[in-house]
Design a protein around this ligand. Structure first.
Ligand code: DAH
Length: 338
């Protein structure tokens, strides 16, 4: 038995492990229930009483040698895996240039186009009260847009909600500015919509507002003609269709000739040759009065558009969800200087 133990001890001393799996196999071989060292201990009862002291010491020595071997090999192996997995902080940084998000590119283009004709940029809060999002904009108390299905309410009585459109910013601007006012308000808006290729619960709008003495519907049309040609190209045609919004009277929606098929008909324009890009109208006198602007003295026009929709048309993107997934394969395709 003495020889047996010293042979085993030799093997243990010689052992080396290249990885943690080999070390685990070593542990099982010697120390598991059916392992060699465990086996020696269960044979201990057969050792003659006079040899027990010496054998016991040898066996304990062997067991300690196995345990120490495991600890020291483990330390070494963990250190090497650590240094392999650790980033080398002294290496120079990889020079990957980011790209601007397509929605930011189009928002910046819209801002630039309106800046050329004297429009400033204004912003407002994303969390709004009922007055700025609805009441001041002439929404009747029972208007469906106030409904739980459309609006994300944060508090009830008084109503506080995530703004459902950037028209709330025109209220804030009018409250705080004496005309002339010429401003656009880009920003995020929120509606309780199911997410699909055509709709999302978070999206972006740009609101426009022009208030002065003698502002007419002709000014509105001319401004939007200019805008559509600047954004979609000189050949773009525009048409206005009568519409309804609580905050404008008269109201209209503006279509542009389909920039995909040039007006001859395709599945994007549903074979009509036209695509709708914005809502607009003359600011309702009730709205001017609610915001403290004398509606006998001043008139104004307003318009609002969805940035996602315009970006989809401009870049022929057919699924709105792509804007929010932040897949670099999608984002890398957009390069911009603005
Ligand atoms: N606020 C409208 C919406 O969310 C868009 C809009 C339509 C804004 C007509 C306007 C406007 O200023 O005159 O759908």
């Amino acid at each position: 038995m003495k020889d047996k133990i010293s042979n085993i001890l030799e093997d243990v001393k010689k052992f080396n492990a290249e990885n943690l799996d080999q070390l685990e196999a070593f542990r099982i071989k010697y120390l598991s229930k059916k392992g060699i060292v465990t086996g020696l201990f269960s044979d201990f009862k057969n050792v003659a009483p006079e040899q027990r002291k010496e054998m016991g010491q040898l066996m304990n020595g062997l067991k300690n040698a196995v345990q120490e071997k495991i600890i020291s090999l483990k330390e070494g192996l963990e250190k090497t895996t650590e240094s392999v997995n650790k980033p080398d902080l002294t290496l120079p940084a990889e020079a990957t240039l980011g790209s601007r998000h397509p929605l930011s590119i189009v928002r910046n283009e819209i801002i630039d186009i309106f800046a050329c004709i004297g429009f400033t940029v204004s912003e407002g809060p994303e969390i709004e009260d009922d007055f700025h999002n609805f009441s001041a904009l002439n929404f009747p108390a029972d208007h469906p847009a106030r409904d739980m299905q459309d609006t994300f309410f944060i508090e009830k009585d008084p109503d506080i909600a995530l703004r459902t459109h950037t028209s709330s910013v025109q209220v804030r601007v009018m409250e705080n500015t004496t005309p002339p006012i010429r401003t656009i308000s880009p920003g995020r808006v929120f509606r309780n919509e199911a997410i699909s290729a055509r709709a999302h619960c978070i999206f972006h709008q740009v609101e426009g507002l022009y208030v002065d003495t003698d502002v007419s519907f002709a000014d509105l049309k001319q401004t939007l003609y200019y805008f559509a040609k600047e954004l979609f190209g000189e050949k773009t045609k525009t048409r206005f269709r009568p519409s309804y919004f609580p905050f404008t009277e008269p109201s209209a929606e503006m279509d542009i000739s389909c920039n995909i098929c040039g007006g001859s008909g395709c599945n994007i324009c549903k074979y009509s040759g036209w695509v709708e890009i914005l809502g607009c109208g003359m600011v309702d006198p009730n709205v001017l009065d609610s915001c403290g602007i004398d509606s006998d003295k001043y008139t104004g026009f307003a318009f609002g558009m969805g940035i996602e929709r315009i970006t989809m048309l401009k870049y022929q993107i057919n699924d709105l969800r792509l804007f929010f997934e932040n897949d670099v394969r999608f984002l890398n395709q957009f390069k911009s200087t603005i």
